[in-house]
Design a protein around this ligand. Sequence first.
Ligand code: COA
Length: 180
Amino acid sequence: MSSVPARVRLEPWTDDDFPLLVRLNAPEMTDHLGGPETPEQLAMRHKRYVGAAQSGIFRDSDREYAAYIFKAILEPENVEVGGVNFWDREWNGETVYEMGWGVLPEFQGRGIASAAVGEAVELARATNRRSAIHAFPSVDNGPSNSICRKAGFELRGEVLFEYPKDHWMQCNEWVLRFAS
Ligand SMILES: CC(C)(COP(=O)(O)OP(=O)(O)OC[C@H]1O[C@@H](n2cnc3c(N)ncnc32)[C@H](O)[C@@H]1OP(=O)(O)O)[C@@H](O)C(=O)NCCC(=O)NCCS
């Protein structure tokens, strides 16, 4: 990785961002996430992302929850390189944020995800709505586990985690608790 930290800007997801979502759905991008979604699933996800970026509410098939959906733009090149999202989730009787991220293959290994997650953590903190962020990378997802550690998340241990629906993975549970 370059010794110069990557600079990344986060912007709310828009209707123009479908091509980015298609690239983020590549087989090598979804290895740890249950594999690529179908074109129909992807179109629906895009619609929900745009809706959430506009209204703050992600409208799933069976429930609605607050969600913050961003594309990541590399600076100074001004190129879209990935995405990072956080959303409300119930976990052990508490409503917390869960965070997820992705960086396109040709931009990986340059510290971009680490920078994007750092920015997103600050945005999540600034909402003042939740006291913690959780992340659940697969135990095999070396880069994502490293990102959590560097961003200040604390490792709680392994959990069997369902993502997407009906796909169970052995994951690490990472928690970043905001100082109160
Ligand atoms: C996980 C992902 C976002 C990492 O993006 P990235 O921009 O390459 O990450 P960074 O460059 O910030 O690197 C993060 C760490 O992973 C390490 N890393 C990067 N690519 C790696 C690879 N292919 N194998 C092992 N480690 C790797 C880096 O060295 C860095 O660790 P370090 O800081 O301790 O050196 C990217 O691989 C991705 O989008 N994967 C598919 C989607 C996904 O798995 N999302 C996570 C769901 S929780």
